[in-house]
Ligand binder design. Structure first.
Ligand code: NG1
Ligand code: ZN
Length: 545
């Protein structure tokens, strides 16, 4: 049997783990391992070991590793594993990642590695392949070196794709594993991704005009250069796509996600202060690794108006729902929308009552949404923060291609749907692909952002972060909408909610920070604020016990 012990021991000594205070552990959470970059070198090395094991377990299929901390400040970083179809790491393996990373010494690391290989019946002679990329954070270099040391120590073949957006890496993992099969996802290169999106964008537009200029704030992250690159592949003679790329400075690391980007816009509910936008201009923001997207404009009368993930979700569901009907496939394909408890209640009402589509609520974290969306023929899923995509089942994709159109209108709808199948990233939420989708829909509907915003009125809402002693004491049920523990807390929240009209509130432990989050919505802004404060006090009180 192949033995990696010596190589792992030697390399681990060069990429040590930073011990945490007694009783604390590193945890593979919703975003993989994410924290201050100077804690991550040893973790990245160990993730390399795990990625090799995972690839071997899956008979040498390529596994992805992405080094990014998304919308977090520049000093943070993160390491996340991507499964062969481009989806998130299988849930059971999160535990194995956590076990490897928390091994207290090099010897114990080797012991955990071998124990996992034995328990999971992994043949260490099988070839392993891991592909990886990173965002623009300077700490990415050190983390890549450590990752490669882990891959080399375990004899895994590895490919460095250097700077990538997170969704680009997901694309490349799926493209690598499907290459040469009937289900090929596209060329195995960054250029292949641009070609695929650009071609599908032109096809989905079907000659429609895109109105005005689109300003894209790239959070001074990797999305900036990548979007500029993509734009070169969109033929100017076929499409009038006037894009102004702003906040694309990737040379000064300290400006990453600083006062710009999708997370800033969503949480501060205002436009980035720089560059200042003229009223009426269509704007959108990506986050630091280009997997979140938020649209907005400055209205001459009402000021800043935001169109977030819930809006993108309802826009996509409405457009695709209409196309499916026009294509004569309404009785053949099940369309559904997946949201989390953070979705604005007005969006849920609009989708269920106006669009008449089913909505399922899942716990926070895209892996949950993705999984439930796979249960539909067309599953639209977005988090309110702008992360999401639309998944098409194999049946849906083959219906778009093979259904016999009975009229030119049916043919047009089928062709548009087939183009959307290629335009929309099927592996993970992709801000650049989602942006092209929104532009296609607005062009088809001949809508401005104001027309889009008029479809329904958001309920005023407020999100509050509450510091608690031990957030893990707060346990939830019903897709995180109700607290099970600590006993009594939910009753108090229920009492508070009853005092307001059209109100809803919930509290849950964050999966990415050591805190609880409280969300409240109500008929007016002041009531939403008041309710959020009340529930936050309840959580503070229980959190202090
Ligand atoms: P937590 O910290 O578990 O609330 C946050 C976001 C999620 C998700 C993850 C991963 C909110 C309220 N929560 O999770 O939607 O995106 O980060 O980045 O936005
Ligand atoms: Zn992100």
């Amino acid at each position: 049997m192949e033995n990696h012990d010596k190589a792992i021991l030697a390399a681990s000594a060069r990429h040590p783990i930073v011990p945490l205070p007694k009783g604390q552990f590193y945890n593979y959470g919703t975003a993989g391992f994410r924290m201050k970059a100077d804690l991550l070198e040893g973790i990245s090395f160990r993730v390399g070991l795990l990625a090799s094991l995972r690839s071997r377990k899956l008979n040498g299929q390529a596994i992805g590793v992405m080094i990014t901390a998304s919308h977090n400040p520049a000093a943070d970083n993160g390491v996340k594993i991507v499964d062969p179809m481009g989806d998130m790491l299988e849930q059971d393996w999160e535990r194995y990642a956590t076990a490897l990373v928390n091994a207290p010494s090099d010897d114990e690391l080797v012991a955990v590695y071998n124990k996992l290989a034995a328990e999971l019946k992994i043949d260490l002679i099988v070839p392993a392949k891991v592909i990886y990329g990173r965002d623009t954070r300077p700490s990415g270099h050190t983390l890549v070196t450590a990752l490669v040391a882990g891959l080399a120590a375990t004899g895994a073949e590895h490919v460095d794709y250097k700077l990538l957006t997170t969704p680009q890496l997901h694309y490349l993992v799926r493209a690598t594993n499907s290459e040469g099969t009937p289900l090929s996802y596209g060329k195995v290169s960054e250029v292949g991704y641009y070609e695929k999106l650009a071609e599908a964008f032109v096809r989905a537009l079907r000659g429609r005009r895109i109105d005005g200029t689109l300003v894209v704030d790239c959070a001074n992250g990797v999305g900036g250069p990548k979007l500029s690159e993509l734009l070169k592949y969109i033929p100017k003679d076929k499409v009038n796509f006037d894009v102004k790329v702003v906040n694309d400075d990737v040379l000064r690391p300290e400006v990453l996600n600083l006062e710009c980007g999708a997370d800033f816009v969503k949480t501060k509910q205002r436009a980035p202060p720089s560059p200042k936008q003229q009223p009426g201009i269509r704007c959108c923001s990506l986050d630091g690794d280009a997997d979140r997207l938020i649209y907005y404009w400055i209205d001459p009368e009402s000021g800043f108006v935001m169109l977030d993930g819930d809006r993108i979700s309802s826009l996509a569901a409405s457009f695709i729902g209409d196309l499916v009907e026009s294509a004569g496939l309404k009785n053949d394909l099940r369309i559904g929308v997946v949201q989390t408890a953070y979705a604005n209640g007005a969006s849920t009402t609009y989708i269920t009552q106006h669009l008449r589509l089913p909505v399922i609520c899942t716990p926070t974290g895209v892996k949950h949404l993705h999984h439930v969306a796979q249960g539909f023929d067309i599953g639209v899923y977005f988090e309110a923060n702008g992360h999401g995509t639309v998944l098409f089942s194999p049946d849906a994709l083959s219906a778009f291609r093979n259904a016999e159109p009975q009229s030119p209108a049916q043919k047009d709808a089928l062709d548009t749907l087939a183009a959307l199948g290629d335009l929309i990233n099927q592996t993970v939420g992709d801000a650049i692909s989602d942006m092209l989708l929104v532009e296609v829909i607005l062009a088809h509907k001949n809508w401005t952002l104001r027309d889009w915003a008029m479809t329904y009125a958001d309920l005023p809402n407020r999100l509050v972060r509450v510091e608690v002693g031990d957030k893990d004491r707060f346990r939830t049920t019903d897709a995180e909408r109700r607290l099970l523990h600590p006993a009594g807390a939910q009753d108090e929240i229920d009492q508070a909610v009853k005092k307001y009209k059209d109100a809803r509130a919930f509290a849950r432990a964050s999966g990415t920070e050591n805190a609880c989050r409280v969300y409240a919505e109500a008929a007016t802004r002041s009531e939403a604020n008041e309710l959020a404060e009340r529930v936050a006090h309840i959580i503070e009180r229980y959190g202090a016990q």
